[in-house]
Every structure is written in C-alpha cells, then in structure tokens.
Design a binder for this molecule. Structure first.
Ligand code: OOG
Ligand code: MG
Length: 262
C-alpha cells in the first residue's frame, strides 16, 4: 500500500460519484502514479463498503479481462475482479436507461452459480465444476468512469472493473452436460451480428476464470461462498451501444439474453 486510508476513501467517493452522476473523470493514476495493486483493490472494497452501508445488497462477483480479445482491446494483460450489486441487475428483455450511464458497452458472458464454497490457493477447474450448481447465459454492461474508456489496470480495478449493469438469462444448465470450451456465442445489435466467440476464449475454459477468482480471493484470505453468482468475463470485444439499440446475445445450448437501451 502507498495510499493512506483517507486518500483511499476519498478516491472511492470520487469514483462512486462519477458512477452515480454518470460523469467521467481522468484516471486516478494520473494524480497517484505510485499507487499499487493493493491500493487499487482497497479503493474498490471501499466503494463496495459504502454501497453495503447504504443497504444495497451484493448480487455477485465478476472477472474481467479474461480473454485476449478484451486484453488487446483495453491494452492490459492481467485478469481482474470486481463486484456486482442488486441495483445493477436487469431481467432478460428489460430496458436499460442510457442517461444513467456514461458510455456503455455490452459483453456476452457465461455466468456460474456455486453450490459449495471455493477456496484458493490451489483452486482448479475440477474444484469449480464440482462446486457449480448451474451456468446461465448473461450479458454485462460495462461503463468505465474514465474519459474515453481509457485506463490502466490499477485505475480500472479501483473503478470496480467498469461494473455497471448485468442481465442473466433464465436457462440454467448443468456444466457437466455441456462443452463450455466449444460453446459458441453470437452478439447481435439491432439484428446485425457484431461479435462472435466461444467459451475457450475465456482462459481456455470459463471455469478457469472462476478458479482464478477463488485463487485471487484466497490470496486475501477470502473465498467464494456457496450460492455466489459469478460472471466469467467476455470472450469477445465489448461493443458500444446507444439509446434505441436492442442487443441480443445468443448462446449455443443456453438460449439468449436481450436488453434494450432507452
Ligand atoms: C474492464 C472490465 C472488463 C470483461 O468482461 O472483460 C470486463 C473494462 O474493459 O472496462 O468486464
Ligand atoms: Mg465483463
């Protein structure tokens, strides 16, 4: 850690205000070039604590930057994790208000729901599959609070990995019945195909993303509790959306998820 507690809390409030007012800010490493990864997660956890203190509920966890497509698009090289709150959730087919956001982009993702605790270090794909209750198709709406969606890894970790909205579909499947590596996804915007991908784009298998999350949490003395909803990260580039757009992610074997931006 290089930042004191007061600075961590100030930066957390600064980034959360940017989220809640839908106003972009410059990346925080410009003013704090020496901040480290512990500082970055400390800011993210301070934002989470502030939301929980207001009575909002944790809805799940997410991994980000778990595919080459995403790492290349954002110019960074390491997976990261963040949290999802109840107010970020939308149902399949529902509307998302663009004026509450800065510059939203959508990502198709496979989500896991656990039925047992997962502990790292040493958590592997076998542990994850044994602890998975079901997988569901999902779509994340990311909305970096940073100007022009430009950031470095520490800035985006502090900004809760651009978490903004998410939609989970209702078709739950047992991952043991599916080959999640070859499971394809087609992302459509207004009926046109804008991105395509397969499960293996996410760390070779989306369950590896959950294992990595357990291991990253384990390094902090935390774990993934049973019953946790986890988004595993996009296997495709994120696609920018605007008011009036309808976006549908069609997953092989898992059905589809849609949202409308209004
Ligand atoms: C960071 C969040 C990345 C994913 O699925 O890779 C993410 C960003 O690209 O703004 O959610
Ligand atoms: Mg994502």
């Amino acid at each position: 850690m290089t930042l004191d507690e007061k600075t961590v809390n100030e930066l957390a409030a600064h980034l959360e205000q940017a989220e809640l007012k839908a106003q972009d800010v410059v990346k925080i490493t410009d003013a704090h070039p020496d901040m480290d990864f512990d500082d970055a997660y400390a800011i993210q956890y301070a934002i989470r604590k502030a939301k929980l203190a207001r009575g909002q509920k944790l809805a799940g966890l997410k991994m980000g930057l778990t595919s080459h497509a995403k790492m290349t698009q954002m110019g960074v090289e390491t997976p990261i994790y963040g949290f999802l709150m109840d107010y970020m959730a939308r149902g399949d087919g529902e509307e998302i208000r663009v004026d509450e956001l800065i510059h939203p982009k959508v990502e198709p993702e496979i989500a896991f729901v656990t039925k047992a605790d997962l502990h790292g270090p040493g958590c592997h794909i076998g542990d994850v599959l044994a602890a998975t209750d079901f997988v569901v198709p999902a779509m994340e709406v990311i909305d970096s609070r940073y100007r022009d969606f430009k950031f470095d890894l520490k800035s985006v970790i502090a900004d809760n990995t651009s978490s903004s909205r998410f939609v989970a579909g209702g078709q739950a499947r047992d991952p043991g019945e599916l080959d999640l590596r070859t499971l394809g996804v087609v992302l459509e915007k207004n009926g046109e195909v804008v991105a395509t991908g397969a499960g293996a784009a996410v760390l070779g298998h989306p369950a590896n993303s959950v294992a990595m999350l357990a291991n990253m949490l384990g390094a902090r003395g935390e774990h993934i509790p049973s019953g946790t909803f986890i988004m595993t990260g996009a296997g495709t580039e994120a696609v920018a959306v605007a008011k009036g757009d309808t976006v549908t992610a069609r997953f092989q074997d898992l059905g589809s998820v849609s949202v409308r931006f209004v």
